[in-house]
Design a protein. Sequence first.
Length: 299
Amino acid sequence: MSHLLHQAANLVAFVRSVEAGSFSAASRITGTTPSAVSKGIARLEAELGVRLFRRSTRQLDLTPDGLVFFNRVAPLLRDLDDSADAIRPEGEARGRLRVSMPSDLGRLLMQPLATRFVAAHPGLELDMVLVDRPVDVVGEGFDVVFRVGHPAESDLRSRLLAQLDMALVASPTLLATHGTPSTVDELRELPFVRYLMRGRSYPLTFDDGSTFVPRGPVGVDTGVALREAAVQGIGVGYLMACTVRADIDAGRLVRLLPAHALPTLPLHALHAFGRLTPVRVKRLTEFVAAEGVRFASGA
């Protein structure tokens, strides 16, 4: 019978080597030496009776057996870390924090995250994936994701962080060519930069319930691209107000039909940890919630 519980240090060395990409990097993380990491993994391979790495190249590549073993062991080690972390409610955020959020929200949060949040938690390593599509939180290995809109029903824990205003905007160049609309019917006739969700143009809805699907020659699937296209005069943009506030103030964009209210969209944090939420997830969620309230207030 395999006695893997006696191989705890070697299991950690193996997982850290895969995550860091080399024995040298893993040794810096674990506070040992590359030689100690290599010997520990060799002992683990001897215990298992399989090769975990291909060592014929300069790269550290997993064998098929190594990949299967990593995919089973890495989550277990992480769960152990998270369990200890979760019962330290006043502890410092530390470890690797893998996050997903919409591209335009990430653009706004990048500076405060780097200059204030990460600086306040030197033991933390923050990995940000900026995509507008809904990600598989568990399958893609995210600690927490931030989504704008109404999340689908799931087993994930969800926390409402803020309600964000939406805005219709266009460049002065576009309005000089097509005119500034004063009614929703006139707005319909303008070219839009269509926001694509799952390949379809996202509909525009007003507070009174009226709705239409924007038309225009260009469709994009990220808020960052939509904002840039609107600034370049390609079409009207339907965006979170906080992401275009600076453009409006600078005159790069003009807000359209301000008297026609648009529904706010909720900003949620989603994770799969249940009640034992790691400190790093709690701290980041609190930080983004505070920033979301600032965005919503116009500060």
